[in-house]
Each structure stands twice: as C-alpha cells, then as structure tokens.
Design a protein around this ligand. Structure first.
Ligand code: XBP
Ligand code: MG
Length: 256
C-alpha cells in the first residue's frame, strides 16, 4: 500500500484549542492597553473568526461593526500592526503560563509519525511566534525542529481560505499534493487545503462543529488517545474507519 510521506498541520483549533482561552483574551488585553473600549464577546468572536489573521480581523471589525474609534494619526494598517504586536505578546505570555493544551491525540500522533520517519510541517495563518511558543510550552523546545517547515502568518500574501500557504508548503518541501495529508478544523482551513488538492482530515471543535466540511475525506472528533476515543463524524471516506478509535499512520494510509 502507498504511504503518505508528509503530514501538514493547521495550528489554531487543530493542534490546540487556542481561540477562546488564548487569542480572544489576548485581543481584548491589547485593546485595553491601546486605550480602546473594544471588548469582543465569544459570540462576536465566533462571527469574526470568518476572517483569518488577527490584523485582518481587526480591520474587518472596524469596517463592518463601526465601533467607537477616534481617528488615529497613523496609517490604519500600521495602527493595527502595533496592536497586533501587543496581542501577540499577550498570547505568547498566556501560552508560557500554560493557558493552552494540545488536543487529544496530537502528541501521540506526532511521536508516532516521527518514529515512522514521516515528514512534518505546519501551514497556518497564525503568527510564527505563536506557533513556536505553543510547541515549546507543550512538547518542549526541541519539538520546533520536528517540523521541517513552519509556514506561518504573513509568509504568503493571501491567508486561508486562499490555498497559498499550502502551495508554498508543497513547493518548499518539494512534495506533490498526493504525497501529503492535511489536518484542519475549520471551513476556511478546508477551503485552503482543498484549493491545493490535498487529502484532508478534519478534527472538529466547539467553534467549528457546525461548519461546512464538504470535500473532507474524514471528519472526526479528535485524533484519539487512550481515555479519549475518537468519534467518526463523517467525510467522503468515513466507511474506511468503521470501528477505529484512534488515527495512526497505518490507518490513515487507507486514504492514500
Ligand atoms: C487561525 C486564525 C488566526 C488566529 C489569530 O486560523 O484565524 O488569525 O485567530 O492569529 P487557522 P494571529 O487555524 O485557519 O490558521 O493574530 O497571529 O493572526
Ligand atoms: Mg484552524
């Protein structure tokens, strides 16, 4: 049987549930630091997540919701870039303090994939420093080097749902789409991965369980680990995973 050579991971919502206890809190802290009266609720944030990228999300909020805002002398993009830098610092501090844990099965799967000499990469819209802080604080500093490539944030001009970050990853790693399997958690994520013709496994979370994952080969609750069995939710190839409670490199090769 053919095997996947590489696994490409999204970060937010896939490696860890970072949004509610991480990014959202960090945005609100950065707004307060900047003297803005903005305070995003979870309900509002769920809507704002439709726009990927923190800088892009803030600009979208200003344009669509017309919140209280005193005209700043700075160019708006520069202004939001500075608030975003402060938000990134808050996010990293919170991750350093252990605010965010990896999702079930992630550590198990990464260890197994490494033992089987499979290649690993990260393809995400989030900021590079957020990714390295998350890895260092959950798996240890050395885990940053487990990933051959961390394609993050502004590395491409167009963030997800554009496929650019996946095209970039394939090119940098010298891989064809059919050699890789992607793990995503959101509509924007699958639009990006499918836009690059990549086999995609979705692990849903509270923020994304109602998304449209049309085209996904497999949709599951998580990757599964002892004490936290994976539930198969759907996907075009879900019949290949009847009775499977944990995904590993061997079972996933059924999608090859
Ligand atoms: C994640 C995002 C990011 C984070 C914030 O999407 O949309 O914008 O919410 O990150 P995905 P930054 O999981 O599809 O990569 O503030 O660092 O941009
Ligand atoms: Mg995601």
């Amino acid at each position: 049987m053919n095997s996947f050579e590489a696994y490409l991971f999204d970060v937010d919502g896939t490696l860890a549930d970072t949004e509610r206890d991480g990014h959202l809190v960090a945005f609100n802290k950065a707004f307060a630091d900047a003297g803005l009266s903005w305070n995003w609720s979870i309900e509002l944030y769920l809507e704002l997540l439709a726009v990927t990228g923190g800088k892009e999300r803030m600009l979208h909020y200003l344009e669509k919701y017309d919140p209280p805002f005193e005209d700043v002398s700075l160019d708006l993009e520069d202004y939001f870039a500075s608030i975003h830098a402060s938000k990134t610092d808050h996010f990293k501090d919170m991750v350093d303090q252990g605010a965010v844990a990896l999702r079930p099965g992630i550590e198990r799967f990464l260890n197994e994939a490494r033992a089987q000499k499979r290649r690993l990469a990260i393809s995400t819209t989030t900021t590079f420093g957020n990714v390295t802080a998350l890895l260092a604080n959950t798996l240890g500093k050395e885990s940053i080097d487990w990933f051959e490539l961390i394609a993050a944030g502004d590395i491409v001009a167009k963030k997800k749902p554009a496929p650019d970050v996946y095209h970039y990853t394939l090119k940098e790693m010298g891989l064809a789409a059919e050699q890789c399997l992607v793990f995503e958690d959101s509509r924007n994520g699958i639009l990006a991965s499918k836009g690059a013709n990549l086999t995609t496994v979705i692990t849903v979370n509270d923020f994304t369980s109602d998304h449209d994952f049309n085209g996904a080969e497999l949709i599951v609750s998580n990757l599964g680990e002892p004490g936290s069995a994976m539930q198969v939710i759907g996907g075009r190839q879900s019949q290949l995973f009847d009775g499977v409670s944990m995904l590993d490199v061997v079972t996933l090769d059924r999608l090859r």
